[in-house]
Design a protein around this ligand. Structure first.
Ligand SMILES: [Zn+2]
Length: 275
């Protein structure tokens, strides 16, 4: 019994062990005097590692700054609605796409990247127990997803192709330590978040609005997960963004930057393949 408990404790520790960011580039770990929010549309370079205080170190954003992320798309009809809402407010976000849907709707991937938003990988088929799969199957979920995103962007100019970030978010945030390490060693950032809002549970727009404000106030900003596949989230989004701005929050787009992208492309056994 003791032995089992120790094993469980060891596994839990391995999963939750914070991985501090490595040497930080310009703009990271800032704590501006007075807590001034970042300018809307700002960009923040971060280095390979694992981010998001739900599971790891806090994403190194200035106080009252939010990095918007949208999971589970691209959705044939709703992706465009989200982009319109963001563009009307000059906010840039990062979209964690499911490879299967990216292959079905490559035009949505292209539209997102052309409009200045980042795209990243949320696995090929969104298995919520990916961590229990064989290592080769876990790798395949990553490679096929990035492959679908690269294929969608293949005909685009370099500045649009560069919108594909070396970033991965585990489905359901159900992170496995083996794959997280495998990703990091290939220059892929593992992105958790500071807050989610349960919009995927089918709660009302009013409840999404209320919970998101509470979560972001409690964490003083940070990386936020929303789901573009949820109509109630989309209905809530315009009012939610406007209220966050009224409360003094700013928005920033996180990126591995050109250095991070090059590092991923140049790594041995790379996941990112196309410049
Ligand atoms: Zn998801």
């Amino acid at each position: 019994m003791l032995r089992v408990s120790l094993i469980i404790l060891t596994v839990l520790f391995a999963v939750w062990l914070p991985h501090p960011p490595q040497a930080t580039g310009a703009g990271t770990d800032q704590e501006p005097a007075g807590g001034a929010p970042a300018t809307a549309g700002g960009v923040l370079d971060i280095d390979p590692g694992r981010y998001g205080s739900i599971q790891h170190v806090r994403t190194p954003l200035p106080r009252r700054t939010i990095a918007l992320t949208f999971d589970d798309g691209p959705d044939a009809t709703r992706s465009g609605q989200v982009l319109d809402i963001l563009d009307a407010r000059d906010i840039k976000a990062t979209f964690f796409y499911v490879g299967v849907y990216a292959r079905m709707h490559p035009e949505r991937v292209v539209a997102t990247a052309r409009r200045g938003h980042n795209v990243a990988c949320h696995s090929w088929s969104h298995p919520t127990h990916l961590r229990s799969w064989s290592q080769s199957a876990q790798q395949s979920e990553v490679r096929r997803c990035f492959g679908a995103l690269e294929a969608a962007l293949a005909g685009e100019p370099p500045e649009v192709r560069a919108r594909l970030e070396p970033m991965f978010r585990f489905p359901g945030l159900n992170e496995g330590p083996w794959l997280a390490g495998w990703l990091n060693s290939r220059g892929i950032l593992v992105m958790s978040a500071e807050g989610g809002t349960d919009d995927w549970r089918g709660i009302s727009s009013a409840e999404i609005h209320r919970r998101t404000l509470n979560v972001m106030e409690a964490s003083d900003g940070g990386m936020l997960i929303l789901h573009e596949t949820r109509p109630n989230m989309i209905a809530a989004l315009p009012g939610l963004l406007d209220e966050l701005v009224a409360r003094g929050f700013g928005f920033v787009q996180v990126t591995a930057g050109s250095e991070g992208r090059e590092r991923a492309l140049a790594s041995e056994d790379a996941v990112l393949l196309s410049r």
